[in-house]
Ligand binder design. Sequence first.
Ligand SMILES: [Zn+2]
Length: 269
Amino acid sequence: MAELTHPPVLCYHRIGGPLELGVTRVGRSVFARQMRALARAGWRTLSLTEFADSPAPHATRRTFLLTFDDGYAALAEHAYPVLADLGFTATTFLITDYVGKTNTWDVRYTWNRLQHLSWTDVERWRARGFQFGSHGATHSRLTWLHSSAVCDDLARSREVLIHRLGQDAGRAIAYPFGALDGRVTDVARSCGYEVGFAGVRGNGTSLQLPRVPVYSWDIANVPFGLRRDAIGAVGTLVAHAANRCAVGTSIMQLVRRRISRLQESAADA
Ligand SMILES: [Zn+2]
């Protein structure tokens, strides 16, 4: 196996709350059991600062970076308190246009309108050592946007985070859908991001770090992303395939954007 240069990174989305048709929701009790089991087995979470500033010394120990994408409000109810009790921390990537709002960006499988964390929630948990970063301003698939639109999205998101939470919150980006290419990472770098999180296949460079998503079927005590055996390898492969399937969401976004553009031009005519 290749030498690890960074400790493993797990990525959860929703914890608890209403069921959905998709695969990104992990039950509250499953999450709590996994975190307790990891703590018992000697695992420790890293802050984003520890991870970004000195990754190598941590890579051989039982340490990992725990991340959440999308910033749903239920995290403050179902996930953060569990972590705080264990002395764990996490980094959450916020969709900055949707902080304090409902999930109109997410047209996939959630029948319910879900609330995102508010700035008050974010500031409260930040004061307890939790960290935050960008998941874009609008949760757009960046590889499908013109460079100027990628730049608008990423720069605006970073500016809001720094303004609200300080310079540290402008360091990291988790690309929506894990979708990136050289152009996207170039823009991210020029906007000032130092660390970028991709999907399972990230190449390990600072703006394309791999993460293993934890999906609804990943219910054993140790999630696939922290296992170094064959089961972990297969689970990681499946997570990669499932992430690719999430392209359906972006196609819906694209269709919706095209339709609204057509409607605008019809109204102008
Ligand atoms: Zn997301």
